[in-house]
Design a protein around this ligand. Sequence first.
Ligand SMILES: N[C@@H](CCC(=O)N[C@@H](CS)C(=O)NCC(=O)O)C(=O)O
Length: 233
Amino acid sequence: MIDVYSWPTPNGHKVHIMLEETGLAYTVHPVDIGAGDQFTPAFLAISPNNKIPAVVDPDGPRSADGTPFSLFESGAILQYLAEKTGQFMPTDPAGRYATLQWLMFQMGGVGPMLGQTHHFRVYAPQPIEYAINRYTNETRRLYGVMDAQLDKHRFLAGDAYTIADIATFPWTRSWQNQGVELDAFPNVKRWHEEIAARPAVQRGVAVLANARKPLMDDKAKEMLFGATQYTKR
Ligand SMILES: N[C@@H](CCC(=O)N[C@@H](CS)C(=O)NCC(=O)O)C(=O)O
């Protein structure tokens, strides 16, 4: 049984969707990032970057000292679960590297940039025009890159649904808050609708959905964007 430490955000949903798609047994432990649960010593022991998601797999590889296997960083978790189950990662070298390439594109580009877009459009205490324009333009550019790829292929890494799609889909769910018009990216829209219709995806995005609160209250803002975030640990 895999233990998942998570919250219903795009990075959390990636892992929830992957677990539902693979059929692995798992238990979810909510880490309320608006309440500061990510700073507890127990969570930091498995996720020293104070971010969800993290997993512990008692059946995973053991280190020499016998510590149970844990992982943070959603891209590494998706790769681990793909390799553990032999699912959603092609086994031929070209397909495998295409998948890793688009997974890294999500981890290094789509996630961080769309996260900043959301921050400056929704959470920033005052509107900063330069930041809103910079991140919204970059977000639209990234949607354009995906649209061109999806014009040629059914899925991001080719004709098969992979962890690259699982990583990217949750970020495109909140296109309205990113200043994006999905109709302007018809291939992304077609891809998004196909993935959203998958039963496992629908179960994955429902995980912890009732626990989610808007991260707009003063305590949540302090935890995520204030001094607590920058305290040396
Ligand atoms: N690169 C990390 C990013 C994880 C991340 O940003 N998680 C956010 C929620 S989506 C978080 O836990 N934030 C809490 C905090 O920053 O204190 C991953 O993909 O796992």
